[in-house]
Design a protein around this ligand. Structure first.
Ligand code: PLP
Length: 399
């Protein structure tokens, strides 16, 4: 018996941990079990897709738990199913939750539209420093919820400080770790209790899977499961199988995206037509040192603002290789305007408060050759500078 097996490296976990063994034919990859009906007599477990325990679900959860240095994991039908189930597993009527102000739009809607009906109160912070969270804690605060790096301004929240604050309060700390992916950040190593992912993003990585995941201790995952089986947000086994396949290349994909994003951030930072770049890998980012201390890589997401006299909508529409597209984290580079998409429901006042300008462009950097991305941006800037006509009919109005 090996007492202390050496923890496997990232890419080995991605490729090898948590597959379903093909005992029948000895195939190289996991067989896919689509059954929704399993024997109930003389079996080790009563299996059913909505009990989150089909062979493919259990195998994928082992991989995700290993990637997040967690005791256990669950996979869901969407990131929002993972977020809503995890939050509600630890919150009841009369409880209070503190949430970071810079928050994924869907989570903001969940909290502001649904929690009141359930008798759960909430406070948003005024910033992302530990003192901003401490200021909002009440006697009945049961959960502290963070997102780092945040969307779309890439602010960084101190994982260790938030974990300590939650412990002092006797609350559960939760993070939406989607932007970093398990490749760039493992919050459990800093004492965070519950780690959530929209697997639609870097885990899937090819813009063709909608899924979610949560990783934590065995006990906390048990508690989340008790609610999950009642809410019913399980993931189709076919998508489970596809997600396992996608995660095999997550390490190399995300590291390539980190490298490209750093290149693009430095290029944009030096560019005379770019006013501001938000990327934790740039030394001028206010939390660059903190990001260095708690992340393995700075990620594939960045945001930037064009110089004031340049038309951001025209710039987006003039891009040829880089698509204007919702969502993020695919192998292909995409851009969007947060004020028209992810943060439209927030309203102009709250956006202004958070520093999200109408001309802000969020850039999800893919795995293309950086020279081709730069060439595309150069030709688009050239069009914007000369005020040329719109090249294509994009889905957005020119404003
Ligand atoms: C996309 C996203 C979500 C929601 O995930 P879905 O899979 O769309 O439900 C949550 N958090 C972040 C940071 C995201 O980018």
């Amino acid at each position: 018996m090996i007492m202390n097996p050496r923890k496997k490296g990232l890419n080995t976990i991605c490729t090898h941990v948590g597959g379903v063994e093909d005992k029948l034919f000895k195939g190289a990859i996991s067989p896919l079990y689509m059954s929704t009906s399993y024997a109930f007599e003389d079996v080790d477990a009563k299996r059913y897709p909505r009990y989150f325990n089909t062979p493919n679900q259990e195998a994928l959860c082992k991989k995700i738990a290993a990637l997040e240095h967690a005791g256990a994991a669950l996979v869901f039908g969407s990131g929002m199913a993972a977020i809503s189930t995890s939050l509600l597993a630890f919150l009841s009527a009369g409880d209070h939750v503190v949430l970071q102000n810079a928050l994924y739009g869907g989570t903001y809607n969940l909290v502001t539209e649904e929690f009141g009906k359930l008798g759960i109160s909430h406070s948003f912070t005024d910033g992302c420093r530990p003192s901003d969270f401490e200021a909002k804690i009440q006697e009945n605060t049961k959960v502290i919820y963070i997102e780092t790096p945040s969307n779309p301004l890439l602010t960084i929240t101190d994982l260790g400080a938030i974990a300590a604050l939650a412990k002092k309060q006797g609350a559960v700390s939760m993070i939406d770790n989607t932007f970093a992916s398990p490749v760039n950040q493992n919050p459990i190593d800093f004492g965070i209790d519950v780690v959530i992912h929209s697997a639609t993003k870097y885990m899937g990585g090819h813009s063709d899977i909608c899924a979610g995941a949560v990783a934590s201790t065995q006990a906390s995952i048990g508690r989340i499961f008790q609610l999950a089986k009642n809410l019913g947000g399980s993931l189709s086994d076919y998508t489970v199988w596809l997600l396992e396949r996608s995660i095999k290349t997550m390490g190399i994909r995300v590291k390539a995206q980190n490298g490209n994003a750093q290149r693009m951030a430095e290029y944009l930072f030096r560019h005379k037509d770019i006013q501001k770049v938000y990327y934790p890998g740039l030394p001028d980012h206010p939390e660059h040192e903190l990001a260095k201390a708690q992340m393995h890589g700075f990620g594939g997401m960045l945001s930037f603002e064009l110089s004031e006299n340049l038309d951001a909508a025209l710039f987006r529409k003039s891009l040829r290789l880089i698509k204007s597209s919702m969502s993020l984290a695919g192998v292909e580079s995409t851009v969007l305007s947060p004020s028209q998409t992810s943060h439209v429901l927030m309203g102009p006042e709250e956006r202004k408060k958070q520093g999200i300008k109408d001309g802000l462009i969020r850039f999800s950097v893919g795995i293309e050759e950086p020279a081709d991305l730069i060439e595309d941006i150069e030709q688009a800037l050239e069009k914007v500078r000369s005020g040329a006509a719109v090249a294509t009919d994009g889905p957005y109005s020119k404003d």
